[in-house]
Design a protein around this ligand. Structure first.
Ligand code: HEC
Length: 280
């Protein structure tokens, strides 16, 4: 019996697969998904050029310091940077006493314990502390932001498609919803606590425009603090927080390329040398 049907089994199984495929194709609905507002109105980030771009890129420390100032005076009211210790700021050009002063005067104190009673307490930040969250916990953060959670900014330029360009576009992208949007997608109208921003994935972001006026911070180096300048500077700073060793990586990459070039030349020369007398 098996000998008789043996050769037929493979074609039968094959036909079974083909039938399943045909059935799947016939029963699939090919209608496109209904268009969404984000489909039509979401924008890709505007290009942003920073000194740290490219394989030879280096940080512009002056710009990083300005960016830190924007972070400190504006963003840190809602966002932590818990992977950055105050002492790390020496890498962008602050001196040790400056770092100590920055930590000591930080608006939020860090959690600690009262040495006498053992009760939870807070104390002034030290250079070795990480930049704290202004909120005690996630619930408190949401309660203060209409239930939205301001994310930690340490890694945000790695965590979002477009990186620094995205952050720059987001900060400068607040605008009134276009009339066409309201006409075609009345539901996409930002509700009371949301703000229209075409660079944000779903167009309506819970963060109120943090950079609202030119001159919101006063730069020590005399750079004019336009909204765009502040947005660029804080984006550059957030590239550094996400990858403080970027310059080392670039340097290592170049050194490895040079080494490989020399090694290849040497290998080629020894190959020629070894086979020199065989060639003739
Ligand atoms: C008043 C509080 C507040 C301030 C000040 C603030 N933010 Fe936010 N931010 C938020 C909230 C809330 C969210 C979450 C938004 C959401 O999920 O809709 C957010 C989200 C973000 C995001 C993430 C957006 C995404 O793609 O998910 C970035 C980036 C960001 N903020 C950067 C900044 C920067 C840079 C500054 C300073 C220039 C700043 N924020 C100042 C409240 C704030």
């Amino acid at each position: 019996m098996l000998r008789l049907f043996g050769p037929l089994i493979a074609p039968i199984v094959g036909l079974g697969f083909i039938a399943a495929l045909v059935l799947a194709i016939l029963t699939t609905s090919w209608e496109a998904e209904p268009p969404t507002a984000a489909h039509h109105f979401h924008l890709a980030p505007k290009p942003l050029h920073l000194a740290s771009d490219g394989p030879l890129g280096k940080f512009d420390r002056q710009q990083l310091q300005r960016g830190f100032q924007v972070y400190k005076e504006v963003c840190s009211a809602c966002h932590s940077a818990r992977l950055v210790a105050f002492r790390d700021l020496q890498e962008i050009g602050f001196t040790n006493p400056e770092v100590k002063a920055i930590a000591k005067n930080w608006a939020t104190e860090v959690p600690s314990v009262n040495p006498e009673t053992g009760e939870p307490a807070t104390r002034k930040a030290l250079a070795s502390d990480y930049i704290p969250s202004p909120y005690a916990n996630e619930t408190a953060a949401r309660a203060a932001n209409n239930n939205a959670l301001p994310p930690d900014l340490s890694l945000i330029t790695k965590a979002r498609h477009g990186g620094a360009a995205y952050v720059h576009s987001l900060l400068t992208g607040y605008q009134n919803p276009p009339a066409e949007l309201l006409e075609k997608f009345p539901d996409a109208k930002p509700s009371g606590t949301l703000h229209y921003n075409p660079y944000f994935a779903n167009l309506n972001i819970a963060m109120p425009p943090p950079l609202a006026a030119d001159g919101q911070v006063t730069y020590a180096d005399g750079t004019k603090a336009t909204i765009d300048q502040m947005a660029q500077d804080v984006s550059a700073f957030l590239v550094w927080t996400a990858e403080p060793k970027l310059e080392n990586r670039h340097r290592t990459g170049i050194a490895v390329l040079i080494f490989l070039l020399i090694a290849t030349t040497l290998a080629y020369m020894s190959y020629q040398n070894i086979w020199a007398d065989r060639k003739h």
